[in-house]
Design a protein around this ligand. Structure first.
Ligand SMILES: *Cc1c(COP(=O)(O)O)cnc(C)c1O
Length: 436
């Protein structure tokens, strides 16, 4: 499989190059040259397969020509070793719980997968090569990437996070690991962290001295594996006869997760309609309504992993549908929710249906309700994080004291190690050069 850039100004690249670079040289996002399709019969047979078995079919279709199939199967079986159950909430609404991985959010899937693909290519090249992964995080990505890449030879990870702006639980998931993970506490905002990472990718000195790549959802090996669990969710619903008219709702920030769902759809997965749920950061919602895409600075909300003002994967969605707003708006609906609405939704669902939503899942759930499913349709929302990851917010809203899963407690016992840096690029650059 070859990959082209959405900006069409960079040469075609293969999987190894794409994973090693993240962003294309013309700052576009890489797209596969074609979307492989999976036969109807094969999709129908997935209800008799495990998550790993059916994910392997999808993985082979995308990546099987770029590495030996057995290595790819091993990667699939190793990385997808936790549950992603579909849970009934009420009536025809179901939750796809993607929070049973090591850091209790869906990003674990893509992060672990990308780590293993990158590691595969590094080992092929030989012992001397080293790749540096830079990742800016507002909270969740840092933990997932740090844990996915922990201890992998030949890879160093630098997590940049804004001082005092991530929750204590999130912070300990990437500051207590040590080994090949370095946490950089930046005296600035998330936007400053992201700007430092972007500047590093285009800096000539750094790129001459260091192999740098990104583990955000711009990286093909991070976002594309997220299409696996859409197939798995379909298979789970198919088992109980509920998959025929499926409406899938995705709480969205940078839109990597929704884009992976759209790829699954293009591959042949029978999803009738998609919904993008947003918080007040609603540039995609506005795009669907008006066909104008107007990025703006993000605002802070309870669903902070969706606080994105310029979603990076929008370029991929446009490209996938030939920039045709009509087609996009016909397949995807948008809804947006304020903090006050998120509060009400979480209380209502908890007290009425005894289902504990996190603030991101709350937007996803409510968008299905407001979409008004027809009686024969099944609604599935992606529950993107465990509510305990947002314990402060969730307890405040529900007047509760929700338990912290043991995996999270373990992180909280570790010793915090980080390096404090300013938000100026010169300081960040000399730091990176000093460790190279
Ligand atoms: C990252 C994240 C999102 C947004 O996902 P995108 O792929 O960026 O749209 C939603 N919810 C949670 C909990 C997240 O961590």
């Amino acid at each position: 499989m070859k990959y082209y850039s959405t900006n069409k100004q960079a040469p075609l690249a293969n999987l190894e190059e794409v994973v090693n670079k993240g962003l294309a040289g013309d700052k576009g996002l890489y797209m596969p040259e074609y979307v492989p399709t999976i036969d109807k019969d094969v999709i129908a047979s997935m209800k008799n397969k495990s998550f790993q078995e059916l994910a392997d079919i999808v993985a082979q279709a995308f990546f099987g020509k770029d590495m030996d199939p057995q290595s790819l199967t091993d990667i699939v079986f190793d990385t997808l070793s936790f549950e992603t159950p579909v849970v009934h909430v009420h009536d025809n609404i179901y939750s796809l719980e993607l929070f049973h991985g090591p850091t209790l959010a869906f990003k674990d899937t893509g992060a672990r997968f990308m780590a293993r693909i990158l590691s595969h290519f590094i080992r092929q090249k030989g012992i001397d090569s080293e790749v540096n992964v830079l990742v800016a995080t507002s909270g969740d990505t840092g933990g997932a990437v740090a844990n996915g890449f922990l201890g992998i030879p030949g890879i160093r990870v630098f997590v940049l996070y804004p001082k005092d702006k991530v929750s204590q639980i999130q912070e300990c998931q990437f500051t207590t690991l040590g080994k090949n993970i370095t946490a950089l506490e930046i005296n600035g905002t998330f936007d400053d962290c992201q700007a430092l990472v972007k500047a590093a990718f285009v800096d000539d000195d750094l790129n001459k001295r260091l192999q740098l790549t990104s583990a955000n959802s711009i990286n093909v090996a991070r976002f594309l594996p997220q299409s696996f669990y859409y197939f798995d969710a379909y298979a789970q619903l198919d088992r109980i006869g509920k998959a025929d008219e499926l409406v899938v709702c995705v709480p969205s920030g940078n839109f990597g997760n929704l884009t992976a769902g759209l790829f699954a759809h293009k591959m042949g997965l029978p999803v009738k309609h998609f919904i993008a749920a947003n918080n007040r950061n609603d540039v995609f919602y506005e795009y669907l309504k008006t066909s104008d895409f107007l990025p703006r600075p993000s605002v802070e909300t309870y669903a902070n992993a969706m606080d994105v003002g310029n979603p990076s994967n929008f370029a991929r969605i446009l490209d996938l549908f030939g920039h045709d707003h009509k087609q996009i708006a016909a397949l995807i609906s948008g809804f947006r929710y304020s903090n006050e609405q998120i509060t009400e939704i979480m209380r209502h669902v908890y007290y009425t249906y005894h289902y504990l939503l996190d603030p991101h899942g709350a937007c996803g759930y409510q968008a299905l309700v407001d979409y008004h499913l027809k009686p024969n349709e099944t609604g599935l929302f992606l529950e993107t994080a465990h509510p305990a990851k947002f314990k402060g917010t969730v307890d405040g809203i529900l007047h509760s004291d929700i338990g912290i899963p043991v995996t999270l407690q373990a992180f909280m016992k570790g010793e915090k190690q980080n390096i404090a840096l300013g938000k100026d690029f010169a300081g960040f650059k000399s730091f990176l050069l000093s460790v190279s």
